[in-house]
Design a protein around this ligand. Structure first.
Ligand SMILES: C[S@@+](CC[C@H](N)C(=O)[O-])C[C@H]1O[C@@H](n2cnc3c(N)ncnc32)[C@H](O)[C@@H]1O
Ligand code: SF4
Length: 416
């Protein structure tokens, strides 16, 4: 598996040098000069733990959650206070875990962030279907939340059983969402589950739109090495048929493809990933800046200890070589299915064709992308191969990084 990602990395970075993460970190983060800065806040509590889920989370306990949120406020002020005045930030996303469990304290967290940042494109929050109730939605709305992302996974009983998730109450969700509307209501689904057909996925998305969703995310099931789920993998051919089939179906129904796995109705958007730069707060949260990527400790107690002692909870920092940063940029920008040569040139000060002209010509020749006025757009075939490659990346990079950080709060070093 890692041979594919290693060779790709060497080819695209023109170097055998791996991505090297070290335990050192900057106490002052250089974000003041970053354009298009996103904000992410991680809240790692859930009322039920799903066996297949790789995220940093633990069972909800009110006291532990309160202690964590106090530390989170400290980290926000520690980092936010490093930039003079208020810095413009495009978006703010709360992920988890199940951040809606802290609905009554989100207003306080948002106010703390607004002391340092001007948030221009709204606030998003992840919910479990059980959180889709009128009181919780009202609390989120009062706090300033504008976008919801609800983890449905599947409306089909057989796939809910496979994933060990309870059946969401569709009628109750639809009623609550109609009483307390939001600009974006996104619903997450998982595909490539055993026995899943295109009809199942179509029925899922129909049900989502009927319940009030205007955005859907369809994630391929990933079997992480450190999770205990026993879901058998689907063959590449079947996966491709499902992904192509559901993409065509969404496009025929007037949806716009907003990324490899997301589709929108009426211009709604929900994406915490496709940002040029972002600051992450909370345990396991990552930060991406012009020349570095850093990730916080996954250990909640160590996180609180570090922050309460006035230090950043960074576990590992990767300082990019210029080519490594370009590859990282292209990988995540391509996730939106489009790469704009002009935006690349603005970000790096060099033309995309000068750096990757050969690769782009090859991708065009192979029918993976089309080009119009310097904007490269993935074809259906290109999107499938990106998706396919992304699963190698997830298993060789994210799985390894998260696996190590779950085992050690502050590892010395890691190479990818
Ligand atoms: C933090 S959870 C969403 C909110 C809430 N905790 C819930 O489960 O309803 C984020 C999303 O990641 C996706 N996810 C989790 N584990 C996955 C896996 N092993 N493979 C693919 N997607 C996964 C699910 O679609 C899930 O809704
Ligand atoms: S899928 Fe959601 S509810 Fe389940 S463990 Fe992961 S974050 Fe928690």
């Amino acid at each position: 598996m890692s041979i594919i990602t290693d060779l790709t990395r060497m080819w695209l970075t023109r170097s055998v040098k791996p991505f090297t993460f070290r335990s050192e970190y900057d106490q002052t983060l250089p974000f003041a000069q970053c354009q298009d800065l996103g904000l992410y806040v991680h809240i790692p509590f859930c009322k039920q733990i799903c066996a297949f889920c790789p995220y940093c989370k633990e069972l909800y306990a009110p006291d532990r959650c309160a202690r964590y949120l106090d530390a989170l406020l400290r980290e926000i002020h520690l980092v936010g206070g490093q930039s003079p005045g208020k810095k413009r930030a495009t978006s703010l996303y709360f992920g988890g875990g199940t951040p809606a469990l802290a609905a009554d304290r989100l207003a306080q967290l948002i106010a703390a962030l607004e002391e340092h940042f001007i948030i221009t494109q709204g606030v998003g929050v992840e919910l479990h279907p059980d959180n889709v109730t009128v009181p919780t939605l009202q609390a989120l709305k009062r706090a300033g939340v504008t976008k919801l992302s609800i983890g449905i996974q599947s409306f089909q009983p057989e796939h809910q059983r496979t994933l060990g998730r309870p059946a969401p109450d569709r009628a109750a969700m639809a009623e609550a969402l109609s009483q307390v509307p939001f600009e974006t209501v996104s619903m997450d689904f998982i595909f490539a589950l055993p026995g899943q057909t295109l009809d199942h996925l179509r029925a899922d998305l129909d049900a989502a739109f009927q319940c009030g969703a205007n955005h859907v995310a369809i994630y391929p099931f990933i079997d992480f090495s450190f999770t205990s789920s026993a879901v058998p993998p689907m063959s590449r051919r079947e996966k491709r048929a499902l992904l192509d089939g559901i993409t065509r179906w969404c496009l025929e129904r007037g949806c716009t493809r907003t990324s490899i796995w997301t589709f929108s109705r009426g211009g709604a958007g929900y994406s915490s990933m496709t940002r040029d730069n972002f600051l992450g707060f909370g345990c396991s949260a990552a930060t991406l800046l012009r020349d570095q990527f850093k990730i916080n400790t996954f250990d909640l107690d160590e996180y609180c200890k570090r922050v309460n002692g006035g230090a950043l909870p960074t576990a590992l920092t990767l300082r990019f070589t210029p080519r490594q940063r370009m590859v990282y940029y292209l990988f995540w920008t391509a996730y939106s299915t489009k790469v704009d040569a002009e935006a690349f040139a603005r970000f790096f000060g060099v033309h995309l064709h000068a750096m990757y002209g050969l690769e782009l010509r090859l991708a065009k020749r192979l029918g993976l992308v089309t080009e119009e006025n310097g904007v490269y757009e993935m074809t259906l075939k290109g999107a499938f191969y990106y998706h396919y490659y992304e699963s190698f990346y997830t298993l060789s990079y994210i799985d390894k990084m998260w696996g190590l950080l779950r085992a050690q709060p502050f590892p010395d070093r890691m190479e990818l």
